[in-house]
Design a binder for this molecule. Structure first.
Ligand SMILES: CC(C)(COP(=O)(O)OP(=O)(O)OC[C@H]1O[C@@H](n2cnc3c(N)ncnc32)[C@H](O)[C@@H]1OP(=O)(O)O)[C@@H](O)C(=O)NCCC(=O)NCCS
Length: 333
C-alpha cells in the first residue's frame, strides 16, 4: 500500500500590506567625513548625490533598528503579530554571526514562534527576501511574512577609506506580506556573479583579525567596476523585470532602485525610458546607502511623501556585494 503525503497549498497571489522604517538617530553631513578621505562636500554631492547620511548611536544595533521598523509595519498592516509565521531579515551587519537577527526580532515584536532566518545578499537582500516571502506564502509554507532589511554599516566602515565608507548609512525598512485577491508581487529576476566577488565586500576575515593579520575588517569596493556593472547590467535586469510582470515603463508609478548613487539612479531612469510621471526614489540624498535597508526605507519615504501612489505599480531593483541582484514589480500598499 502506498502512502500519499499531504501537500500544502497557498493562495494564488500575495501583496505588500504596509511598510515600516527606522533611520539612524544622527544626520551626518559630508563635512563631517571629508577630512580623513581628502574629499569635499562638492565632490560627494556631484559624484553621489549624497548631502547627508543617517548613522545610529553607538549602542543602537541592526536588531534594534529592525525591531522599530517591523513594529511600524505590523501596526499599519492590521495583521496581529501572533499571526505572522515567517520572519526574513536581510542584513550584512548582524553584530554576531549567530544567532540570527530574525529570531530575536520575531520574539521582540510578538511573532514568536514564527520561522525566522537571515539572508546575506547585501544590497539585493530585501528584494531577495520579498521573492522568498512571496514564493513561500504561495506554496503554503507561511501565511503572513515580515520582511526586513536592516543595517548598521557604520560599524564596518573605515573613516579613511575613499572607496565606500562615505556612502554608507544605518537604518531598517520592513514590509508585511500576505495573501491577496489580486496579483501584488510579480516574478523576480534574480541572480549572482561570484566571479566579481572581489568588487565589493569586507577586506578581511574574523580569523585574520583574531590573528592580528588585519585591522578591524571593513567594507571596500572597486567603485568604477561596480558602477559600470550597475549601469550596464542592472538596467537590463530592470527591463527584464518589467517584461516578466507584463508591464510597460509607462505603467510604472514609482521606481525604487537600491540607493547606491544618484548618478546610477538617473542612468537607470534614462535607459528604462521611464515617463516624467514616474516618481523616482532619491532617499540616498539624506539617508545614504543603507544596503539591504535601502529599498524598503526609500519605499516608506515615497509612500509618506506621495500617498497618491497607493495601489500603483513600483519597480524595485537591488544589487550589490556577491555580486548579486534582484528586481521585481510590486503593487504599493
Ligand atoms: C564610489 C564612487 C562614488 C566613486 O565615484 P567615481 O566617479 O567612480 O570616482 P573614481 O573612482 O572614478 O575617481 C574619480 C576621481 O575622484 C577621485 N576620488 C575617488 N574617491 C574620492 C572621494 N571619496 N573623494 C574625493 N575624490 C575621490 C579619484 O582619485 C579620481 O581622481 P582623478 O580623476 O584625479 O584620478 C562610484 O564609483 C560609485 O558610486 N560606485 C558604485 C557604488 C555602488 O553601486 N555600490 C553598490 C554596492 S553597495
Amino acid at each position: 500500500m502506498s502512502i500519499t503525503l499531504t501537500q500544502a497549498t497557498g493562495p494564488a497571489f500575495t501583496r505588500i500590506y504596509s511598510y515600516g522604517a527606522a533611520r539612524g538617530e544622527n544626520a551626518v553631513p559630508n563635512e563631517d567625513l571629508i577630512g580623513p578621505i581628502d574629499s569635499s562636500d562638492e565632490w560627494i554631492r556631484q559624484r553621489t548625490g549624497i548631502v547627508t547620511r543617517v548613522r545610529a548611536d553607538h549602542d543602537t544595533d541592526a536588531i534594534d533598528l529592525a525591531t522599530v521598523a517591523a513594529t511600524e509595519a505590523i501596526e499599519k498592516s492590521g495583521v496581529p503579530a501572533d499571526q505572522i509565521d515567517l520572519v526574513i531579515v536581510a542584513t550584512i551587519s548582524n553584530p554576531k554571526q549567530s544567532p540570527s537577527v530574525s529570531a530575536i526580532v520575531a520574539d521582540r515584536v510578538g511573532a514568536n514562534p514564527a520561522a525566522a532566518y537571515d539572508v546575506n545578499a547585501a544590497c539585493a537582500g530585501y528584494a531577495y527576501a520579498v521573492t522568498q516571502a512571496d514564493a513561500l506564502i504561495k506554496a503554503g509554507a507561511a501565511r503572513y511574512a515580515l520582511v526586513i532589511g536592516t543595517e548598521k554599516l557604520s560599524d564596518i566602515v573605515d573613516p579613511a577609506d575613499r572607496s565606500i565608507s562615505f556612502l554608507l548609512g544605518d537604518g531598517a525598512g520592513a514590509a508585511l506580506i500576505g495573501p491577496s485577491d489580486t496579483p501584488g508581487i510579480a516574478p523576480a529576476v534574480w541572480g549572482s556573479d561570484g566571479s566579481k566577488a572581489d568588487a565589493v565586500g569586507m577586506n578581511g576575515t574574523l580569523t585574520e583579525f583574531r590573528d592580528g593579520e588585519v585591522p578591524w575588517p571593513t567594507l571596500r569596493q572597486e567603485g568604477p567596476t561596480v558602477f559600470r556593472w550597475a549601469v550596464w547590467e542592472m538596467a537590463k535586469v530592470a527591463r527584464e523585470a518589467l517584461d516578466k510582470a507584463g508591464v510597460e515603463p509607462t505603467d510604472i508609478a514609482a521606481f525604487i532602485p537600491h540607493q547606491a548613487n544618484v548618478r546610477i539612479i538617473d542612468e537607470f531612469a534614462k535607459q528604462l525610458k521611464l515617463p516624467e510621471s514616474t516618481v523616482i526614489a532619491r532617499d540616498i540624498e539624506t539617508t545614504g546607502n543603507t544596503s539591504a535597508a535601502s529599498i524598503p526605507l526609500a519605499s516608506h519615504r515615497l509612500m509618506a511623501e506621495h500617498p497618491e501612489l497607493s495601489g500603483g505599480l513600483a519597480l524595485q531593483i537591488g544589487f550589490g556585494a556577491g555580486l548579486v541582484f534582484a528586481a521585481q514589480v510590486v503593487v504599493l500598499p
